[in-house]
Design a protein around this ligand. Sequence first.
Ligand code: FAD
Ligand code: SF4
Ligand code: SF4
Length: 645
Amino acid sequence: MARIGVYVCHCGTNIAGTVDVAAVREFAAALPGVVVARDYQYMCSDPGQDLIRKDITDLGLDRVVVASCSPRMHEPTFRRALESAHLNGYLLEMANIREHCSWVTTDMPAATRKAKALVAGAVRRVALHEPLEERYADVTPQALVVGGGIAGIEAALKIADGGFRVHLVEKEPSIGGQMAKLDKTFPTLDCSACILTPKMVAVAQHPNIVLHTYSEVEKVDGFVGNFRVTIRHKARSVDMQKCTGCGTCWSKCPYTAPNEFDEGLGKRKLIYIPFPQAVPNKPVIDRERCVRFQSGKCGACQKLCPTGAIDFGQQDELVEETFGAIIVATGYTLFDPSRGPWGYGRYPNVLTALQFERMINASGPTGGHVQLQDGSTPRAVAILHCIGSRDQNYHEYCSNVCCMYSLKLAHLAKEKTGANVYNFYIDIRAFGKAYEEFYNRVQNEGVYFIRGKGAEVASKDGRLVVQCEDTLLGKYREIPVDMVILSPAMEPRPGAARVSQVFGIQRSPDGFFLEAHAKLEPLKTATDGVFIAGACQGPKDIPYAVAQGAGAAAEVLRLLSAGRVTISPVVAQVAEEICSGCRACLPVCPYNAISYHEGFKVVQVNEALCKGCGTCVAACPSGALSVSHFRTPQVLAQIEEVLSV
Ligand SMILES: Cc1cc2nc3c(=O)[nH]c(=O)nc-3n(C[C@H](O)[C@H](O)[C@H](O)COP(=O)(O)OP(=O)(O)OC[C@H]3O[C@@H](n4cnc5c(N)ncnc54)[C@H](O)[C@@H]3O)c2cc1C
Ligand code: SF4
Ligand code: SF4
């Protein structure tokens, strides 16, 4: 017969305020197999854990039940306590009498009754526990970072500086992300390129960084410590070894297309570098539009390239590498305002905030001049906050940074043009360090603030008119202006669904990548060894994206320096003699941990990928699957006992 110790925690008054812990202790002491039952103020404290250790040694306990909080909080604590007294950590069961009892009712008798039932179930179950052993796998000492915006750049530099090799994969021809498009940055008004480009150059020059631009991750196999990754290098049509970046090709290409980097405001050549400080500073041919690719004519760049670097026959290349850990930092895109009543796409002087960033930038399409379609300078500019955010019709969430970049753009528009600048806002969210001060500064500069969302933009007598309900004055207003700048919500990139599939990352209802725990694990994902950083997780500004990049790098460095990972023994197992090979379990596994063995005609579980969630067990019609530590007899015994109290 098992020798069980039961420990009932007060958790201060968190439990003891609502559950009669002494009554639970007395009840537990009378259960079959229970040798000792105690209650204590804080079981997780050192003296609390010492009680358990001492009883294991002195009374020869071989099973322990702790009735306290959620096992998500303290199961590892109590497992370690058992192990330090030479008892297998899996011979522990926790009864959650806080979240499941004291925190869900103020009715003491009811809470106490339920606590007794949970303790009885735990005691019956723990008697059936088996000792389980954790295993270890070696970690490949190099990391992958996906996305070369500021978050990914920061992460790659920190890992590389930590002494580990890191591969940075960026889908565009250059790293830099959205920050590369910005003119100045709030609240300090640093020139964005001046603070970003040194980091971009550091990436290019770092001996520990392998840069894959114009590339995407095609496939990820394996598990934490050993991810096998296939990277597609898209054909640039330019031999990177031969190209010196002299610029002859792009200056001589006779054809142009809308410039994506300038958000469609300017033109670029069909062989181009995205922006002057691009890293790498080598061009790429836009094959979709290039006349040579479309009709076989032209070929001017090839004829004129002094180093013979143009290679029209270049093919995509697949590269395979193994990584110990992965950071996904694929960033955001902007909500498309042509979906709403703000005149975007209809009136040429209605711009998005990113378009305006390009317009005011010295290397942008107008050389930094703020101008209307006809080349004149606007006398009045409206900036509309919350376009597509805080809006039941589009995104409910607050996009976090738009208030601040709208204030920045108001300051810059006023500085550059002397125009009257109107900010239409719901309320100003200036939450960060020195942000409120910046708001005050912009107010003192004479920018007008109208509290009311710009509901619609119309055209009247040759000018634009912003319609809004001014909630301070309590009346409907129409403000005539020459230029409207829309501040659209940051939203997940269109490729986010595919990225989430490839890397096994879940998404929250708003489509951004989901962290393992909103407060305590903001950088981890449901897949061990895969971390997220930056605006792919939700709207955020540069300081926050940089902090997350550095934080994710710390997570990766922790894994790589440990050199090995622990593999939980709580995994699914297949009774191969029972498995009919029907494969019903394959599509239900959220972690792609199950595969079908063609030779043996049965399924197999990859224990490093399996999280022991049990979904497959429920799906198997033959009863061939079970999860260790959650075997059917263990679970049924617990349920039976809970129901019998
Ligand atoms: C108009 C505007 C003004 C702003 N002004 C400021 C400001 O003044 N101050 C401030 O603090 N913040 C500002 N921001 C916010 C700032 O842009 C973000 O905080 C920052 O860009 C987030 O960086 P990131 O690396 O997370 O994402 P991104 O900049 O979006 O970078 C993500 C990178 O990942 C790449 N990528 C995407 N998918 C893949 C894939 N599948 N494979 C490989 N690579 C991929 C992208 O090409 C990109 O290079 C502003 C935002 C806007 C819209
Ligand atoms: S071949 Fe294509 S990229 Fe080269 S110059 Fe002609 S159009 Fe431009
Ligand atoms: S227990 Fe969950 S994670 Fe493990 S194989 Fe089954 S479904 Fe997949």
